[in-house]
Design a protein around this ligand. Structure first.
Ligand code: PMP
Ligand code: GLN
Length: 389
């Protein structure tokens, strides 16, 4: 095979995701896994039952409709109308995908030419960098910095060049927990309109905004026709293994994303689509309880980490907390996360892997709090050993 590496250069250095690496470490050491963001309790029983029913009744056991089953597309449209007053035509403006991950990949592969520049906030969710690279495009980071991770909008404006094609935004933001304010979203939207940019808005944590409401960027003036909005049942209904996500947007955008999606997976798992359609029709109380439960868990873990000596950045959204390890006498999050399991039986994710500017993320680590209260309490107890030695 010669000296040429097998993995193509676009994916060089991206061989194994940090989530897979850290979940394997958790399993190997029997640690509490606060690394990869998945709930340790399944979502609503009636939704699980709906999946069983669909399987038994043969509803979706053969290739479903290329855009997604009509019931789910209708439910996605109804959800966008119910929560945000946005109207999308289920036949031309909604596409079901295999998780938000495929929605991101299909959007970027469909909308980018090699050499196009994509501005995204760093730390980036890991698949952004990989998919921008697969598209042959160039990522241009806007670094979010401690203590509040707010984007510097002047810096953002300065990053736009004639090659900029797309803004990739994520609010609520993984891993920092930043939630963009209506003013920030308005400034971003104005920039997109002024420079005629496309926007891909990853809103998978739309139901995990702890104060106030989620504001979809697609609702702002001039944005509907240029924004692809992405969400996922994994996050909102705690079924991350089902891999059902979706895209909403103007017909031309959805048609483009569909063109890429059809060669990635063609269609997404049928029976689960029927179940997620039912989930999206759950009453408002489900979404409120889900958010309130996660808010309590955020506070439990944030207080516990602070008591142990971490500098905690309390998230406004998502189910992740970013914390600085410097007050514990530590400098390097990657080394810290590699040894944390043997030191105290807990797994976390080093934020540095989500940055091009590695220094900005070096002392930061991320803990997931989508876990049972007793598990979080045990994790806090174990982590408190760090300040006892
Ligand atoms: N975007 C963000 C910001 C995420 O945190 C995740 C992780 N779950 C995804 C996309 C991928 O979602 P899915 O599991 O639906 O593919
Ligand atoms: N989105 C989840 C996280 O940020 C994990 C997804 C994955 O493992 N790819 O932790």
């Amino acid at each position: 095979m010669g000296a040429r590496p097998l993995l193509n250069r676009r994916l060089a250095g991206m061989g194994t995701t940090i989530f897979a690496e850290m979940s394997a470490l958790a399993a190997a050491t029997g640690s509490i896994n606060l690394g990869q963001g998945f709930p340790d309790t399944d979502g609503p029983e009636e939704v699980r039952e709906a999946a069983v029913r669909a399987l038994r009744e043969g509803n979706g056991n053969q290739y479903p409709h290329a855009l997604g089953v009509p019931e789910l597309r209708t439910a996605v449209a109804a959800h966008q109308r119910r929560f945000y007053g946005l109207s999308y035509d289920p036949d031309t403006e909604v596409l079901v995908t295999t998780g938000a991950t495929e929605a991101i990949a299909a959007s970027l592969l469909a909308l980018l030419e090699p050499g196009d520049e994509v501005i995204a906030f760093e730390p980036f969710y890991d698949s952004y960098a990989a998919c921008i690279a697969l598209a042959g495009a160039v990522r241009v980071p806007l670094t979010l910095r401690t203590p509040d991770f707010r984007p510097d909008l002047d810096e953002l404006r300065a990053l736009v060049t004639p090659r900029t094609r797309l803004l990739l935004i994520n609010s609520p933001h993984n891993p920092t927990g930043l939630v963009l304010t209506p003013d920030e979203l308005t400034a971003i939207a104005e920039l997109a309109v002024e420079h005629d940019l496309l926007v891909v808005a990853d809103e998978v944590y739309e139901h995990l905004v702890f104060n106030g409401a989620h504001h979809p960027v697609a609702a702002l003036p001039g944005m509907r026709e240029r924004t692809v909005t992405i969400s996922s049942a994994g996050k909102s209904f705690s079924f991350t293994g089902w891999k059902i996500g979706w895209v909403t947007g103007a017909p031309e955008l959805v048609a483009a994303v569909r063109a890429a999606k059809q060669y990635l997976t063609f269609v997404s798992a049928g029976p689960f689509q029927h179940a997620v359609a039912e989930a999206l029709h759950l009453p408002d109380g489900y979404f409120e309880d889900f958010r309130d439960d996660l808010r309590r868990k955020r506070d439990l873990l944030a207080d516990g980490l602070a008591a142990t000596g971490f500098r905690v950045f309390r998230p406004e959204g998502t189910y992740f907390i970013t914390a600085d390890i410097t007050p514990l006498g530590e400098k390097d999050g990657i080394a810290f996360c590699r040894t944390l399991p043997e030191r105290c039986g807990v797994v976390a994710i080093p934020n540095a892997v989500f940055y091009d500017d590695v220094e900005a993320g070096r002392p930061l680590v991320r803990f997931a709090f989508c876990k049972q209260t007793a598990v979080l309490e045990e994790a806090v107890d174990r982590l408190s050993r760090l300040s006892r030695v």
